[in-house]
Ligand binder design. Structure first.
Ligand SMILES: Nc1ncnc2c1ncn2[C@@H]1O[C@H](COP(=O)(O)OP(=O)(O)OP(=O)(O)O)[C@@H](O)[C@H]1O
Ligand SMILES: [Mg+2]
Length: 208
């Protein structure tokens, strides 16, 4: 049995991750691939419970280290109980965000020291990583305008524009550093144009 592929979707708010992950899942299923769609933080019962704490606006702001460790705690659950077993059974796993988001939001965004972040990453995940990471990139203002139209805000969406500029730059820097597995997708165009860009990248991965 061929193991499945692990594809992650990354990028700032309103880039279209949730929209495009469903489009890619449909596209792959149409080509006979068995697909599981999941998200972070979350994806398992325990990890979804941790997610509720992370996004709870009624709680006072938590320390950056606390947030980071909760993110990785949820991620360990996600990897060990959902992602690895799915890949081993031949399913492809599409995840709406993964470890890169911690490096970018807590590292580039909130200034957590990268060396400590790398240590926590190694300690939690070893060398497990996505086969492919699609970075949906677009100007911060454009992404925020899309999110505003969507309505309700959570804690992360109330951050200032400056924070999201650091997030965008952080993602692009990470894509350049790990260029083997990252593909930067211009997400500023309409939904179907962006979907076709993603399909072109993923076509190269399909079994013949
Ligand atoms: N290419 C696009 N053009 C215009 N609107 C879009 C496009 N892609 C998504 N949208 C719309 O913008 C909003 C945000 O998209 P979506 O929820 O997929 O982004 P996201 O990256 O998952 O955001 P978040 O980080 O907040 O979860 C949605 O209302 C969606 O319908
Ligand atoms: Mg989303």
């Amino acid at each position: 049995m061929t193991p499945g592929r692990f594809i992650t979707f990354e990028g700032g708010e309103g880039g279209g991750k949730s929209t495009q992950i469903e489009k890619l899942a449909d596209y792959l299923r149409g080509r006979g691939v068995s697909v599981q769609v999941t998200r972070e933080p979350g994806g398992t019962e325990v990890a979804e419970a941790i997610r509720r704490v992370l996004l709870d606006k009624s709680l006072p702001a938590m320390r950056a280290d606390t947030e980071l460790m909760l993110m990785f705690a949820a991620r360990v659950e996600h990897v060990e109980t959902l992602i690895k077993p799915a890949l081993a059974s031949g399913d492809w796993v599409l995840s709406d965000r993964f470890a890169d988001a911690s490096h970018v939001y807590q590292g580039a965004g909130r200034g957590v020291d990268e060396t400590r972040l790398d240590a926590l990453h190694r300690w939690s995940l070893g060398d497990f990583e996505p086969d492919l990471t699609l970075l949906l990139d677009l100007p911060v203002e454009q992404g925020m305008a899309r999110v505003r139209q969507r309505g309700v805000k959570d804690r992360f969406e109330e951050e200032q524009t400056e924070f999201f500029e650091r997030v965008r730059a952080g993602y692009l820097a990470r894509a350049a550093r790990f260029s083997q597995r990252f593909r930067v997708i211009d997400a500023s165009d309409d939904i179907d144009t962006v979907a076709r860009r993603i399909q072109t990248v993923v076509d190269a991965w399909l079994p013949n």
